[in-house]
Design a binder for this molecule. Structure first.
Ligand code: ADP
Ligand code: NA
Length: 330
């Protein structure tokens, strides 16, 4: 058909996705799969740019795919697969490496940030060239649109530059993709540190709502969320980041405006707000958790779904790769 192509993926970098991934990525993807020819990938080859425990990686990769499906990605409507099942990602990345400037790659701020932690000697060349693999992910599928967070803007810019460069050097080959950075999608903050974004790679888990955690664990975290020493339930990101974060979660998951929540909670305490947040989070995540466990308990079915996705992805990706090899003279 003629629907525009989108590509998106997440790393299997944790045993569970977190609420920010669910709200900021999975729910959006689930909506987008109706109007787009959507390609969703678990990017396990990106994950090995930092050390991974091999058995753990296998498990987290499957669990991540299961959570995509459990959250609403329909493998019959969308192409859902594991990156390493499609060798063309690595093959195209190599070709793109040869047209990427060393200085250009050195300017990627995410590499600078990540390598600063342990020094560039500890960082792998794979981590350095990560954005080129990401460019390959996108360009293989001739994606027009890449839904990403603000932090990925620079990588999509690089992807565009590489696509344009390849096209002008070797002839028209790639669609030049656009980043789609939704301004209206809520950003969720850490419950213990409500000015930092909630992240599955957070150093401590006390402020992290994990999709697969049991209800009582999540409830405890929400009831202990940092607020402030005031009493008023009002949305004010600067003065009341903790309360504002709780209002955001309740608003998004409960499908209510923040203004109507402020009215409803007038004169009530923070405990009431937390209670309501815990309830709506549980209502939202309980079915996702249950469906994930169901999929994990039936490895043959999950394998079947992922094999079907990989077959479709290989078809599309190999068509692009064949053209690239021919153009380059390989
Ligand atoms: P994490 O920090 O949990 O590893 P990533 O940075 O890998 O998450 O992002 C994966 C996807 O989830 C992206 O689409 C990103 O925009 C979305 N996302 C991650 N954290 C949040 C958050 N706290 N609020 C909203 N969306 C988020
Ligand atoms: Na991350």
């Amino acid at each position: 058909d003629t629907k525009p192509v989108i590509f998106s993926g997440m790393q299997p970098s944790s045993d569970s996705l977190q609420l920010g991934n669910f709200i900021g990525a999975l729910s959006q993807w689930t909506k987008m799969q109706e109007d787009y020819d959507a390609i969703f990938c678990v990017v396990n080859m990106h994950a090995i740019t930092v050390p991974q425990d091999p058995q753990g990686l296998v498990e987290r990769t499957r669990r991540t795919a299961a959570q995509y499906i459990a959250a609403g990605i329909d493998p019959a409507k969308s192409t859902l697969f594991i990156q390493s099942h499609v060798p063309a990602h690595a093959q195209l990345a190599w070709v793109l490496n040869t047209i990427t400037g060393f200085g250009e790659a050195s300017r990627m701020t995410q590499f600078k940030d990540k390598s600063q932690k342990n020094g560039t000697d500890a960082a792998s060349v794979g981590l350095f060239t990560y954005p080129v693999l990401m460019a390959a992910d996108i360009l293989l599928y001739q994606a027009e649109t890449v839904p990403v967070g603000e932090d990925q803007r620079q990588h999509v810019e690089l992807t565009r530059d590489l696509a344009n460069r390849f096209n002008s050097r070797f002839g028209d080959t790639f669609v030049v993709p656009e980043a789609q950075i939704p301004k209206t999608v809520a950003k969720i903050y850490d419950l213990q540190n409500p000015t930092a974004k909630m992240s599955k790679s957070a150093e401590t888990e006390a402020g992290l709502i994990k999709v697969l955690d049991p209800a009582n664990v999540t409830k405890k975290k929400i009831m202990r969320a940092v607020t402030d020493d005031g009493t008023e339930i009002r949305f004010d990101r600067a003065e009341k980041p903790g309360v504002s974060n709780l209002l955001t979660i309740l608003s998004v998951l409960g499908e209510r405006s923040v203004a109507s929540l402020e009215t409803e909670f007038t004169g009530k305490g923070y405990g009431h707000l937390k209670q309501a947040v815990a309830e709506v989070v549980e209502e939202t995540l309980a079915p996702v958790r249950a469906r994930t466990e169901e999929l994990m308990a039936d490895p043959a079915e999950l394998d079947r779904l992922l094999a079907r996705g990989a077959e479709r992805a290989n078809d599309i990706a190999n068509r692009t790769l064949d053209l690239v090899y021919e153009r380059v003279g390989l």
